[in-house]
Design a protein around this ligand. Structure first.
Ligand code: HSE
Length: 336
């Protein structure tokens, strides 16, 4: 399985580390022997038909800051040339989320689909802005389009709803979809201040490159849009969501709710019509009242009642594990 990696930040590098540490399992359990034939970061792209040396790629990125310093036997031609003309089965799009116009991820994804390559992305921007048209393009080009890590990081929230709850009708869902704000609110519950908690979350690599996306609720909005399209077949976009972030949540409010047995959480909810992201008090006995970077979503189903999935919603390795999951699915699809 030949892979093109577009974006080589925390998640991209974690994914390559996973490939290195899981190579035996991937081959023995799933018959996959992945080769990274090209890798791009913000400075350019390197490609190598027999496959890049992954240890060296990681080292170059760490020491010289960009993959373009990889070596002389590499091709540093344009990114679209590589997407279109390199023999590869899967393009993995990992550039930072841009919720204004989805770029550069959107154009990368479209180019990959048009050249008949399967696509995996954890980039929320393109899907939050253009979910229906990207799904249509994937279908038209008969390629697999997987985006498990866009919602829940490493926690398979989308698959849980789509696969585990199949056959039942999901009436509504609500929960915590942003790890950074949950981390901050959890620290505030313990008495820490907002700024310190945000610095902590950024240092740990949970926050978006532009942390206002987390704080002002846009990241949760993007995930709510993706989930509502996939799970409830809504044709929603970001502007359909009523949004309030956590910037104005005062420590006194957090402490007052604490006395009543509640915690303030940034809750994203969808009832099939209305989409809302806002901070609100949640009883500490409610299963979605989880701490730290955890995400939790309760799906209310017509027959099976309420089902809650909980897990880490951010982090390099966690999110990288979702890419591996998607890759195994694509391998199985190609095989069948
Ligand atoms: N910044 C995001 C979060 C990363 O905190 O949830 C995972 O999408």
């Amino acid at each position: 399985l030949r892979l093109i990696l577009l974006g080589f930040g925390v998640v991209g590098q974690s994914f390559v580390k996973l490939l290195l540490s899981h190579s035996t399992d991937l081959y023995n359990d799933y018959g996959i022997k992945p080769k990274v034939v090209a890798c791009a970061d913000h400075k350019g792209i390197v490609s190598c038909n027999p496959g890049l040396d992954l240890d060296r790629l990681l080292n170059v990125k760490k020491k010289k800051r960009s993959v373009i310093q990889y070596g002389s036997n590499t091709d540093t031609s344009g990114i679209f040339d590589v997407i279109e003309n390199t023999d590869a089965e899967v393009v993995i799009e990992l550039t930072p989320t841009n919720i204004t116009n989805g770029e550069p991820g959107k154009t990368h994804i479209i180019a990959a689909m048009k050249s008949g390559k399967n696509v995996i992305t954890v980039n929320k921007g393109p899907l939050a802005l253009e979910f229906p048209s990207l799904m249509e393009l994937a279908e038209y080009n008969r390629i697999a389009f997987k985006f498990s890590g866009t919602v829940g990081g490493g926690t398979p929230i989308l698959e849980f709803a789509k696969r585990c709850l199949r056959g039942d009708r999901i009436i509504s869902f609500e929960g915590i979809l942003n790890g950074t704000t949950n981390y901050i609110l959890s620290k505030m519950y313990e008495g820490l201040n907002f700024t310190q908690a945000l610095r902590d979350a950024s240092e740990k690599g949970y926050a978006e490159k532009d942390s206002t996306l987390d704080i002002d609720g846009y990241d949760a909005v993007a995930k709510l849009v993706i989930a509502s399209n996939l799970v409830m077949n809504m044709k929603s976009t970001m502007s359909d969501v009523v949004r309030t972030g956590i910037r104005d949540v005062q420590p006194t409010r957090v402490m007052n709710e604490r006395k009543k047995g509640n915690a303030i959480k940034l809750i994203a909810s969808c009832d099939g019509k209305n989409l809302v992201v806002k901070p609100k008090p949640v009883s500490i006995k409610d299963p979605i009242c989880v701490d730290g970077i955890l995400n939790a979503v309760t799906f209310t189903c017509q027959h099976s009642g309420q089902q809650t999935i909980i897990g880490k919603g951010a982090g390099g390795m966690e999110t990288a594990s979702s890419i591996l999951r998607d890759l195994i699915d694509i391998r199985n699809m190609i095989r069948s």
